[in-house]
Design a protein around this ligand. Structure first.
Ligand code: PGA
Length: 258
């Protein structure tokens, strides 16, 4: 059975003071909600503040990226060990904005996935096609390359610890979410690839999140699909009532997925 997961990706939003207020709002807004796991991923600078707010709650803390080395001359980078020290359990890797604006390639993302796993973090590996790629029918090829690249060299036990997020680039921050049908066909395809990369059991137990303009008013039909195990939420995660509404809908859709 797969427990649904909703992850808030705050991106580069929020001073420590703002992040603390938002985290408090989310914590309060989610009291009593069951059947869903929730992780907040603030900017690095707000991790300690948000971790303090979440202490003693069931909400988890995560980061938006990590370097693959434990330490060294990598100006501006943050290592997995530093994230673990701050209480992070999860790290988003290979987000399309990292690929687009920071030149991240599958090989680099693979190094990050391995480092995160080695430090006990749960990587959320993001894959997704650009609009032009979808239009020319390359969606499956693109996500296959990203998935195989991101998981290269991992054993089945390691693959089992990875969460996937399917985020079509054309749906991120655009207000245009993928339809449940569009998401389901990619999720099912990714699950099939996980079966090849690891095993049928690992694929069946893996959580595959959908991301891209998830909002309170579109999450219902998405989470009604057993293939969709939760959401990676950007814009709507910056407003506590909206984010709480999304999480409540996911929780209410019923705990374990078959
Ligand atoms: P969005 O972002 O919800 O604002 O589309 C999702 C993401 O980038 O993870």
């Amino acid at each position: 059975m797969r427990t649904p997961l909703v992850v808030a990706n705050w991106k580069m939003h929020g001073t420590c003071a703002e992040a603390r207020t938002l985290a408090l709002g989310v914590r309060e807004g989610l009291q009593g909600v069951e059947g869903v796991e929730v992780v907040l991923c603030p900017p690095f600078t707000a991790l300690a503040a948000v971790g303090g707010v979440l202490a003693g709650s069931r909400l988890g803390l995560g980061a938006q990226d990590a370097h693959w080395e434990a330490a060294g001359a990598f100006t501006g980078a943050v290592s997995p060990a530093m994230l673990v020290e701050l209480g992070c359990r999860v790290v988003i890797l290979g987000h399309s904005e990292r690929r687009q604006h920071f030149g991240e390639r599958d090989e680099m993302i693979n190094q990050k996935v391995r480092a995160a796993l080695a430090h006990g973090l749960t990587p959320i590996l993001c894959v997704g096609e650009r609009e032009e790629e979808r239009e020319r029918g390359a969606t499956f090829a693109v996500v296959e390359t990203q998935l195989r690249g991101g998981l290269a060299g991992l054993g089945a036990a390691e693959v089992a610890r990875v969460v996937l997020a399917y985020e079509p680039v054309w749906a991120i921050g655009t207000g245009r979410n993928a339809t449940p049908e569009q998401a389901v066909e990619v999720h099912a395809f990714l699950r099939g690839l996980l079966g090849e990369a690891a095993s049928k059991e690992v694929a069946q137990a893996a959580r595959i999140l959908y991301g891209g303009s998830v909002k309170p008013d579109n999450v219902g039909p998405l989470i009604a699909e057993p293939e969709i195990d939760g959401g990676l939420v950007g814009g709507a995660s910056l407003r506590a009532p909206e984010f709480a509404a999304i999480v409540r809908t996911v929780g209410a859709a019923g705990g374990g997925r078959p």
